[in-house]
Design a protein around this ligand. Structure first.
Ligand code: BV8
Length: 228
């Protein structure tokens, strides 16, 4: 990667699959067990907060029992070793990139281990359950929700993402179906702005045709191969 000075990496649920975390759209995935509209929209939360709080409590609990895999570890190595600009933009709300040792991470869809207060709109680190409606650590109101970006909500730090894409020489997408926007459009933005684009995914995705190169396989094998 001698001539590369600036890398943006987009990760999706597929990078955490080998750690044992359900993806969204593969067979038996999260969205098969629940309708998106019921658990990942503000309307679903307003309609049945207990269902949504329970869905995220279950995922937060599951996260405690899993470990980062070889793909997370390889990105953490790259993060430590690469002297240029690097940003891991993750769609994932798990903390496996952090636990593998990566530092330059941006959670565009929020984090399971964070809670957002509907009253004061402050975010707080959160590792407990939300179903028992605990008070906000900041304003004490009983109005915490999962700090994740639902459908119809604006992803976090979009300006920072687009400025990173403008500077990128290389855009790498790992473990995402390319089904959800605006993340699914980043490859076109990066390509139009002159970056080389590489996809590492178990199977061809909805965006594969937009990549200069698309490799199929498990992230736990493809990512260390690419990094090392
Ligand atoms: C917004 C957080 C605007 C919660 C999630 C055009 C432009 C902009 C928006 C839209 C648009 N068209 C439609 C929209 C609206 C919508 C959208 O995209 N809908 C889709 C369904 C068409 N987008 C939004 O609503 C976004 N917000 O646009 O706001 C706005 C503007 C102004 C003001 C206000 C608002 C917000 C979207 C975020 C939703 N939240 N998650 C939670 O986690 O519960 S989405 C969720 O699905 C994930 O976070 C992720 O982002 C997304 C995609 O999932 P993937 O990560 O790709 O996972 P998936 O299962 O789909 O695929 C896994 C892949 O891994 C597969 O390809 C598989 O083959 C591969 N894989 C499996 N195993 C492995 C593997 N690969 C490698 N190795 C393995 N072992």
């Amino acid at each position: 990667m001698a001539e590369i000075r600036n890398i943006v990496i987009l990760t999706g649920a597929g990078i955490s699959a080998e750690s044992g975390i359900d993806t969204f759209r593969s067979a038996g995935g999260l969205w098969e067990q629940h309708r998106v509209e019921d658990v990942a929209t503000p309307e679903g939360f307003a309609r049945d907060p207990e269902l949504v709080l329970g869905f995220y409590d279950m995922r937060r609990e599951a996260l405690r029992k899993v470990q980062p895999n070889a793909a997370h570890a390889a990105l953490a190595r790259l993060d430590r070793q690469f002297a240029g600009e690097l940003l891991i933009v993750t769609q994932n709300v798990d903390d496996l990139h952090e636990r593998a040792g990566a530092r330059r991470i941006l959670h565009m869809h929020g984090e399971l281990k964070s809670a957002l207060c509907i009253s004061c709109e402050m975010r707080s680190p959160w590792d407990a359950t939300l179903s028992d409606r605990p008070p906000c650590p900041v304003c004490r109101a009983p109005s915490l929700r999962p700090d994740v970006v639902w459908f119809g909500e604006m992803p976090y730090q979009m300006d920072r993402i687009y400025s990173a894409l403008r500077e990128a020489d290389l855009f790498v997408s790992i473990g995402t179906s390319g089904a959800v926007y605006p993340a699914a459009g980043f490859v076109r933005d990066a390509r139009d702005l002159g970056a080389r684009t590489l996809e590492l995914n178990l199977e061809r995705s909805e965006g594969s045709a937009w990549f200069h190169e698309s490799r199929q396989g498990k992230a736990g094998e493809l990512v260390p191969e690419w990094v090392d």
